[in-house]
Design a binder for this molecule. Structure first.
Ligand code: NAD
Ligand code: TYD
Length: 358
């Protein structure tokens, strides 16, 4: 099993990064090293999600470093200052709809930012990268869109169709190129849609929960029959740790929930759950479901075959969808302050822009 002492987490103030850091610094976890979290705190980054971590571990096992991964001086200095042996690269622009409205930030962070981080790792680890690892977190969306049957495997050809997925595909290729050309020790993972606590409410599940709680319309794109494979975020975090400590260098691993849902069916399940937990009548909520203009280039179906990860490293999802959704709704109900804090003026402007155009 690989050990890591000084772990540079990029984008650790975002949804999955927060859950990953919380997992590694939980009392029962085997990790005993330090985490250095570099994050530019875009609209999607929120330090309040890590307030208790900062209070307990700040300056000892947890260090927050504000900044852009596209800044070479900053990232190079972090490698030296903290003697980084492991990079866990989450930082990205991550929302497909935003990539359609404004693709530039996606190229800057996802492509150029990844390049800058790779260069810093290559320079710091030099020709003796023994024991080091650069783990890149990517998405199933790089594989494109499936029809009614079939699954994405690690050998499926890349066929990205949105500016977001194209920028992620580009970063995946750069990571693998740095391995083949320079011998950089890398692993890469492509995961399906995540859900759970701390997710920014622009993505389907938290957006729908919050709209239900405030009586707003529930906007369903197109015919609502697009299919996604959902994984509870803590299971993704666990899979990443499994790959970081046991994965083969130069390999990529698919991570998925084996849990496919049509958007509209998922929404009805969520409505029943929210109704049950809040007492708001399910029929009242159902009356707010609104079919809106489809997302341009909307991928029809994603489905992951994660048998390689299961077979080689013994990982499997541990949270079933019913339990995960219930935990997620409970979390949003219990954290009104967190919600209030992130629903800034900028967020309101985005909602107006995205949904009024439909
Ligand atoms: P997120 O949008 O919630 O968080 C991204 C984080 O990166 C934020 O904290 C943001 O401030 C930070 N960031 C953005 N640009 C930066 C920059 N230039 N420099 C430093 N920090 C920057 O994203 P997420 O949902 O947590 O996704 C994390 C990673 O996982 C991404 O690479 C994404 O492509 C991938 N992924 C996400 C999902 C999903 O369902 N959310 C599924 C598969 C893969
Ligand atoms: P999203 O959470 O944006 O993830 P991704 O597009 O990366 O899979 O969307 C999940 C699915 O839900 C996708 O098919 C688009 C759809 N969707 C809606 O129908 N309405 C919405 O308001 C949003 C945000 C998404």
């Amino acid at each position: 099993m690989r050990s890591c002492k000084n772990l540079l987490v990029s984008g650790g103030a975002g949804f999955i990064g927060v859950n990953f850091i919380r997992l590694l610094l939980s009392p029962e976890h085997a990790f005993s090293g330090r985490i250095i979290n570099v994050d530019a705190l875009t609209y999607a980054g929120n330090l309040s999600s890590l307030e208790d971590i900062e209070a307990r571990h700040g300056g000892k096992r947890y260090f927050f470093e504000p900044g852009d991964i596209g800044n070479p001086e900053l990232v190079q200095s972090l490698f030296k200052q903290y003697e980084i042996d492991t990079v866990v690269h989450f930082a990205a622009e991550s929302h497909v709809d935003r990539s359609i409205v404004g693709p530039e930030a996606f190229i800057k962070t996802n492509v150029l930012g990844t390049f800058t981080l790779l260069e810093a790792a290559r320079q710091y680890w030099g020709t003796h990268p023994e024991g080091a690892l650069f783990h890149h977190i990517s998405t199933d969306e790089v594989y494109g869109s499936l029809g009614e049957t079939g699954y994405f495997t690690e050998t499926s050809p890349y066929d990205p169709r949105s500016p977001y997925s194209a920028s992620k595909a580009s970063s995946d290729h750069l990571v693998m190129a740095y391995h083949h050309t320079y011998g950089l020790p890398v692993t890469l993972s492509n995961c399906s849609n995540n859900y759970g606590p701390y997710q920014f409410p622009e993505k389907l599940i938290p957006l729908m929960i919050l709209n239900m709680l405030s009586g707003k319309a529930l906007p369903v794109y197109g015919d609502g029959k697009n299919i996604r494979d959902w994984l509870y975020v803590e299971d993704h975090a666990g899979a990443l740790w499994t790959i970081i400590t046991g994965g083969r260098i130069g390999e990529k691993y698919n991570i998925g929930g084996e849990n496919e849902w049509e958007n509209i069916t998922l929404l009805h399940t969520l409505i029943d759950l929210v109704s049950c937990k809040t007492g708001i009548a399910a029929d009242t909520i159902k009356g707010t479901v609104t079919f809106v203009k489809d997302r341009p280039g909307h991928d029809r179906r994603y489905a992951i075959d994660c048998s390689k990860l299961k077979r080689e490293l013994g990982w499997k999802p541990s949270v079933d969808f019913e339990t995960g959704l219930a935990k997620t709704v409970d979390w949003y109900l219990a954290h009104p302050q967190w919600i209030q804090q992130i629903q800034s003026g900028e967020y309101q402007k985005w909602l107006k822009k995205n949904y009024e155009a439909r």
